[in-house]
Design a protein around this ligand. Structure first.
Ligand code: FAD
Length: 286
């Protein structure tokens, strides 16, 4: 690990000023569950690490608003997985947060860090895509609100500018009754990054939204407006055919250690169908 300076500002303005001053040589730290590993393996070598955990303006909880819910940038996976409001209206996100790493990891790892690390295998990203999450960002040029789809570029790369910090994530209240679910495939039980990670929402108007990750440079969102996926009477063969039409962007790396590309694509099909069935069942109970 290259030696670096460490600062722990208590105000957002101070943190942004320091990050902007040092540019690409500074890096924010939240839970550190991704960043510390990258410092240790020297894939990142910043001169300054700015710890955001003491910044008073960054919430470490979830607030209900008129339009939905706002998750502060210091909120951990443990808090999200257990939150009754998130479980009621955004169950796929709660389920995704609940499978990140281990208890120890979830007690530190933040949703903001999962987004900013931008791993194609990040478990919360499919649920955030399905939920139309909006990422609130503050930087030297002011505030921005970016739909999650517009944040993700590829592994480790987002559209955040140098000096910008995520302050919160907004989840709009779902407009219609729906069933949502997160499913994933890992090589083994216990903590492991996903070979396929997928979230699905089926609403009472027959619209199905599916987002899937670990099958290319970033997770993708697709939607089915034909009603074929949401209709319990449509047979599995027809549903599978529709899923294949939707999953055209799947392009898993041939060099990944966790699973071969053919296996990932085959599992995407299997998990997609499983998720649709679960989401339909949950919609019926909603
Ligand atoms: C053993 C282990 C198992 C894991 N298992 C999983 C898993 O199953 N699923 C999964 O999705 N992930 C997994 N992870 C990855 C990791 O835990 C998550 O990505 C986590 O959510 C990162 O959050 P963090 O708060 O620790 O981020 P950090 O490590 O602090 O930061 C991650 C990145 O985001 C940036 N950043 C952090 N906060 C902000 C902010 N507010 N504004 C701007 N940039 C910011 C940092 O500069 C860094 O680039 C695992 C990690 C480990 C070590």
């Amino acid at each position: 690990m290259r030696p670096f300076s460490y600062e722990r500002p208590t105000s957002l303005a101070d943190a942004i000023a320091r990050l902007a001053q040092l540019g690409a040589d500074a890096r924010p730290l939240a839970g550190g569950t991704d960043l510390i590993i990258r410092l240790r393996d020297r894939t990142l070598e910043p001169g300054l690490v700015v710890d955001v955990k003491r910044i008073l303006e960054l919430d470490d909880g979830i607030r209900e608003t008129e339009t939905g819910r706002t998750i502060g940038a210091r909120t951990t996976m443990t808090t999200i997985a257990a939150d009754p409001g998130i479980r009621r209206e955004h169950l796929a996100l709660a389920e995704a947060a609940a499978v990140v790493g281990s208890v120890q990891i979830r007690n530190r790892a933040t949703l903001a860090g999962n987004i900013c690390n931008a791993s194609p295998a990040a478990d919360t990203l499919p649920a955030l895509l399905v939920d139309d999450a909006v990422v609130l960002v503050v930087g030297p040029a002011g505030e921005r609100r970016i739909p999650i789809d517009g944040v993700l570029v590829r592994s480790g790369v987002t559209t955040l500018a140098v000096g910008e910090l995520v302050t919160a994530i907004e989840l709009p209240r779902p407009l219609r009754p729906r069933g949502t679910v997160h499913v994933r495939r890992t090589r083994r039980r216990g903590h492991d990054l996903a070979s396929v990670t997928l979230a699905c929402a089926v609403d009472d108007a027959g619209v199905t939204r599916i987002a899937y990750g670990s099958l290319g440079p970033r997770p993708w969102l697709v939607r089915d407006d034909t009603g074929a996926l949401a209709d319990p009477a449509v047979p599995d063969d027809a549903k599978r055919a529709r899923l294949l039409e939707l999953f055209t962007a799947a392009s898993p790396s041939a060099t990944s250690l966790r699973a071969g590309p053919d296996y990932r694509v085959a599992m995407l099909d299997v998990l997609g169908l499983r998720a649709v069935h679960l989401a339909i069942a949950r919609l019926a109970d909603a």
